[in-house]
Design a protein around this ligand. Structure first.
Ligand code: SAM
Length: 271
């Protein structure tokens, strides 16, 4: 486990999906998707202030209500949640499979007077690089849908489960792909990713691919190819891997309160 600034490497400025972008459906592709140009715009895309406002204390309250203190953020990205939780007094370890993202997160934390404990780790062999057991794991920002193969999803969840203490919890969120697959894309982009002038929309959707296009005010465009996981499918996987209780929230509300949420947040408990 490293506690110093991760090595910065600089992949290309441009994403490369080849001649047939919708044919790219591989779990391994995510490190190529987060090229430097995209990563450097990520915070502009996310709009930290608006995001903090819409999320409020949701994750802090879920963790505190269950007495959790040590947290592994497996999808650190540029560090939004890691830094929020550090500031709130949690003991946070920040992992990601993209060195580019970790480097950005480390800098974002330093700019806010915080030091991130970073680990460069892919979820599929997480416990090779992350040592120790945690009270909680967070996998947020629609990250889990980067896994294109079912084997990878099962394997990643098994690694998360193993990295948790006997009474640990996993908090994992996802877009409401049920609505996207069944009704078309109608999300208001209320909660995630969008600053005032930035659009995120699915360019192509079928049963095994949701290709999102992110457009920036300077005219640049980036894409992410993700697997559209349905809510009940994710809950089934969480149950299969051994989680005993799974509570799913819609846009931070109790299940059922929000009719067609943009996001689901699953809180899965080991006991
Ligand atoms: N959680 C952050 C947020 O909400 O802003 C980042 C979300 S970003 C959509 C997804 C992150 O998951 C990226 O930083 C990516 O590198 C990471 N990721 C995707 N697949 C991964 C894998 N197999 N192993 C480790 N990290 C992965």
């Amino acid at each position: 486990m490293t506690e110093t600034e991760p090595t910065v490497f600089a992949p290309d400025e441009k994403q490369d999906y080849g001649d047939d972008p919708v044919a790219v459906r591989s779990t391994d592709h995510y490190t190529n998707e987060y090229v430097r140009g995209f990563v450097s715009k990520w915070d502009e895309l996310i709009d930290w202030e608006a995001r903090a406002k819409s999320e409020g204390r949701f994750f802090i309250d879920v963790l505190k209500a269950r007495g959790k203190h040590s947290v592994l953020d497996v999808a650190t990205g540029t560090g939004f949640h890691s830094i929020q939780l550090l500031k709130a007094g949690f003991d946070v370890t920040s992992a990601d499979g993209s060195a580019e993202m970790l480097s950005m997160a480390f800098q974002n934390a330093a700019d806010r007077g915080q030091v991130l404990k970073t680990v460069h780790a892919d979820w599929r062999w997480l416990n090779k690089d992350v040592h120790g057991k945690f009270d909680a794991i967070i996998c947020l920002g629609n990250s889990f849908t980067h896994l294109h193969e079912e084997n990878d999803r099962r394997r990643a969840l098994a690694e998360f489960y193993a990295a948790l203490k006997h009474d640990g919890i996993l908090i994992l969120d996802q877009r409401n792909y049920d609505a996207i697959l069944d009704d078309g894309f109608a999300t208001k982009h209320k909660y995630y990713y969008c600053g005032e002038q930035i659009s995120a929309e699915p360019e192509y959707v079928d049963d095994t691919l949701a290709r999102f296009k992110y457009s920036f005010p300077d005219g640049s465009e980036y894409h992410l190819n993700m697997f559209p996981i349905r809510k009940d499918y994710t809950r089934g996987l969480l149950r299969d891997v051994g989680f005993q209780q799974i509570h799913s929230y819609g846009d931070f509300q109790e299940e059922g309160e929000e009719k067609s949420p943009d996001f689901f947040i699953h809180v899965a408990e080991k006991e």
